[in-house]
Design a protein around this ligand. Structure first.
Ligand code: UDP
Length: 380
């Protein structure tokens, strides 16, 4: 075999690529090459200690791990200690901080109501909700059927327009179906059984997944520049599927990107009342502000704080697939190419063109590994 032969090549050193590399190293004798375009591992989970404030921050936006899947929870235990963390999100509406997802506290604060029981909340929701006699076809219908027009107009419509540059009516139902509506006082953002942060951050977690001597990592390396020079038994690709098949000449898939404006406040304990505060209005051009100092997996004490204003953009690194009919039909055409390509496998959010949460990305990679290899991690 030539020197540049690897049994397995993994394109992308993010969470999905890390699961594939880790599973091969842990359960087979195979050699694994991980090729990463960026100068760091971790993909969009990458975090680091900010030099100026000594606060751990995420380069590509806040990542809050949560899962209801026991086997995903068990799997991640191997690579980090975890700090329990129940994520909460506030939104500023009409000058008030209200909890999201919508629950009794939200409507009491926003509309000055005095709802004191689940039955009253059910009745309030029922009078607000719009009923459809067909399957919900877009995110506007999802929101209106859950919370009605008043909340939709102040909470979901403007935020979604800023985030996606589309109205909820122009997006498939999955986008707003991510946010539940509650008839109780539960202010938690997620309701999964397991909610936690890796004690030393996500970069450390993913670094631990890459620990085996069977794994070679090449950073600052674009796979498309070196693919003719390396030989791979099987290849797992976690980049954008349309980039992989660019030469086929189909239109590009649409992605949303994010930009972050960093602001440091010296000698300030906290800037805002929680780690994530959303700004669902069309006057401010940012969607949310993230203050990492609130997260319990900080390593150092700091007298200062640091925040990131988050804006959504059309150009830049791809973050979010845009789920509408045009993109989903186009993705199917890319998927047909993928299905008829024997030795390449597509893994992760960009390769599957799906809005995976971190646990879903792990699950997707574990399942793919199980499908392509025999002896492996038990997925139940
Ligand atoms: N969303 C909204 N208002 C909010 C929060 C979320 O309209 O205050 C909508 C918006 O379209 C967003 C989607 O719900 O893109 C999913 O929100 P989530 O917090 O899951 O987005 P992520 O954290 O993945 O960017």
């Amino acid at each position: 075999m030539p020197d540049d032969y690897y049994d397995i090549c993994v394109v992308g050193a993010g969470l999905s690529g890390a699961v594939i590399a880790e599973r091969y190293a842990a359960t087979t004798e195979k050699t694994v090459l991980v090729v990463e375009k960026r100068e760091h591992i971790g993909g969009n989970c990458y975090d680091f200690i900010d030099n100026e404030t000594r606060i751990r921050v995420s380069k590509y936006g806040a990542h809050l791990f949560h899962t209801k899947y026991e086997y995903v929870w068990d799997y991640v235990q191997q690579f980090s200690e975890w700090v329990s963390y129940t994520h909460k999100v506030l939104a500023v509406v009409r000058g008030k901080h209200i909890p999201i997802p919508v629950n009794i506290n939200t409507v009491n604060i926003l509309f000055g109501l005095n709802i004191t029981s689940i039955e009253q909340m059910d009745a309030w929701l029922k009078q607000e909700q719009i009923h459809y006699n067909h399957n919900l076809t877009n995110s506007e219908e999802v929101a209106l059927s859950r919370v009605g027009k008043k909340l939709y107009e102040v909470l979901f419509k403007p935020y979604t327009i800023k985030q996606w540059n589309k109205t909820p009516a122009e997006l498939g139902p999955t986008v707003l179906a991510r946010i539940p509506v509650r008839n109780n006082w539960d202010n938690r953002y997620f309701s999964d059984k397991y909610q936690a942060l890796p004690k030393r951050g996500y970069t450390n977690l993913i670094d631990n997944m890459f620990k085996s001597s069977q794994i070679t990592i090449r950073l600052n390396t674009d796979y498309f520049d070196i693919r003719k020079r390396i030989k791979c038994g099987k290849t797992y690709f976690s980049g954008p599927v349309d980039r992989y098949y660019a030469e086929k000449g189909l239109p590009a898939l649409e992605y949303r990107s994010l930009s972050f404006e960093r602001k440091v406040f010296k000698n300030m304990n906290h800037f805002q009342p929680g780690s994530v505060v959303n700004h669902p209005n069309l006057i401010e051009n940012f969607t949310r502000i993230v203050e990492y100092k609130w997260l319990p997996n900080q390593q150092f004490e700091s007298n200062d704080t640091i925040v990131f204003y988050e804006r959504s953009t059309a150009d830049g690194e791809p973050y979010y697939p845009v789920p509408n009919a045009r993109n989903q039909n186009l993705y199917k055409r890319y998927k047909n190419f993928a299905n008829s390509d024997p030795d390449i496998y597509f893994v992760g959010r960009l390769a599957n063109y799906k809005y995976f949460n971190m646990d879903e990305a792990i699950m997707n990679a574990l399942l793919l590994f199980n499908q392509t290899v025999n002896n492996n991690y038990k997925v139940t």
